[in-house]
Design a protein around this ligand. Structure first.
Ligand SMILES: [Mg+2]
Length: 312
C-alpha cells in the first residue's frame, strides 16, 4: 500500500516531466521528438507537480483539508517559470492579495469560473488519502478545486480523477470494470457521456485510432477534454510505461494528461513499476523526487494512524 501512495505522486510527477517538453505539440511532432526510445529529456516538472506538492503538504500538515492553508501553500510554492495557465495565475494573484479561498476563483472567466484541468492535474494526494471514503474524497476534491477552479465541470473533473486513483489503489475491480463505477460516481452528463465513449472503444475489436481518441475524448486543457483521456490511457495499457507513453503520444496538453495518467497508473502498479531511468532523470533539489516520495510516505503514515484511531 505504501508503494501505491508514493507511486501515485511520483507517477504524476514523472508523467508531467515526460510530457512537458512537447506540450501543445501535434501527435506527429511528439513522435518526431521522442521516436521509439522515450528517454526523458529534461526531468523538470511543471505547475501540475508544483501544485500537487502544495495539496500534499497541506493535507499532511492539517491531517485533512484546510482551504486557507492549501491556498497559502500554492502561493508559497508558486514559481512563475513552471508554466501556470492564466486562470490559475489570476486566482493565485487574488489569493495573495488577501481574498478568501472561497471567493477568489469565482470571479474568473466572467463569473463562470474555470473548467480547465488545473484542479484535476494536482489531485493525486486527495485520491490516495481518501481512497476508502468516497464521500470525503468527493467533498475534498471539490473544495480543493474551488481554490482556483470554481466551475462545476472543473471540480467534477478533479473528483473523477481522484476517484479513478482511489479505485486504482484498491484494485477492487478489474481495470475495465472501473468504468461502471466511474459512470455511477460522476454526476455531470458531460462526463457520463465521455465514459460511455470509452466503453464503446473497448467494445470494438480493433485498436481504436489515436485520431478518434483525440476527437472523441479530447487532448485539450478543459477538464472534460483531458481527464477521460487519462483514464482511457491507463485502462488500455498493461504497464506504467505504456500508459504514460500513450498519453504523451496523443499530443495536446501532454504534461497534464500524462501527469494524470501517471497518477492513476502509479497508484495501480506501485512505485516499483515506474521506469527507473525516468525516476532518476526527474529533478532533484529541495522539492524534487526525494521530497515527493517523502510526501507520499507521510500521507501513508497519517492515513494509517487515522484508520487505527477510527478502529478504536
Ligand atoms: Mg503544466
Amino acid at each position: 500500500m505504501k508503494s501505491k501512495f508514493t507511486g501515485a505522486l511520483i507517477g504524476s510527477a514523472v508523467g508531467d516531466a515526460l510530457g512537458a517538453p512537447v506540450e501543445g505539440y501535434s501527435m506527429k511532432k511528439v513522435s518526431s521528438v521522442y521516436g521509439e526510445d522515450w528517454k526523458m529529456i529534461s526531468g523538470r516538472y511543471t505547475d501540475d507537480t508544483e501544485m500537487m506538492i502544495g495539496v500534499a503538504e497541506s493535507l499532511i500538515e492539517n491531517k485533512g483539508f484546510n482551504g486557507e492553508d492549501m491556498a497559502k501553500r500554492f502561493i508559497e510554492n508558486y514559481d512563475p517559470k513552471r508554466g501556470y495557465g492564466p486562470g490559475s495565475k489570476e486566482a493565485l494573484r487574488r489569493l495573495s492579495e488577501g481574498e478568501s479561498w472561497k471567493e477568489a476563483s469565482k470571479k474568473l472567466f466572467g463569473g463562470k469560473g474555470s473548467y480547465g484541468n488545473g484542479a484535476a492535474m494536482r489531485i493525486a494526494p486527495v485520491g490516495i488519502f481518501y481512497y476508502d471514503d468516497v464521500d470525503r474524497l468527493r467533498e475534498t476534491a471539490y473544495k480543493s478545486s474551488h481554490i482556483t477552479h470554481s466551475n462545476e465541470l472543473g471540480k467534477e473533473g478533479a473528483a473523477l480523477q481522484a476517484f479513478s486513483i482511489a479505485l486504482a489503489m484498491q484494485e477492487r475491480v478489474e481495470k475495465e470494470g472501473m468504468l461502471l463505477e466511474l459512470k455511477e460516481f460522476v454526476e455531470n452528463e458531460v462526463y457520463k457521456e465521455k465514459i460511455r465513449k470509452i466503453e464503446m472503444f473497448f467494445e470494438k475489436e480493433a485498436e481504436v485510432d489515436k485520431k478518434e481518441v483525440i476527437s472523441e475524448l479530447g487532448s485539450g486543457e478543459e477538464a472534460f477534454n483531458s481527464v477521460p483521456t487519462a483514464i482511457y490511457s491507463f485502462i488500455r495499457s498493461n504497464s506504467f510505461k505504456d500508459a504514460v507513453v500513450y498519453a504523451v503520444s496523443l499530443g495536446g496538453d501532454t504534461d497534464t494528461i500524462a501527469a494524470m495518467t501517471g497518477a492513476i497508473s502509479g497508484a495501480y502498479y506501485g512505485e516499483e513499476a515506474i521506469p527507473k531511468e525516468w525516476v532518476e532523470r526527474l529533478e532533484g533539489g529541495k522539492k524534487g523526487k526525494r521530497y515527493i516520495r517523502w510526501l507520499g510516505e507521510e500521507l501513508y503514515h497519517i492515513k494509517l494512524q487515522l484508520m487505527q484511531r477510527d478502529r478504536w
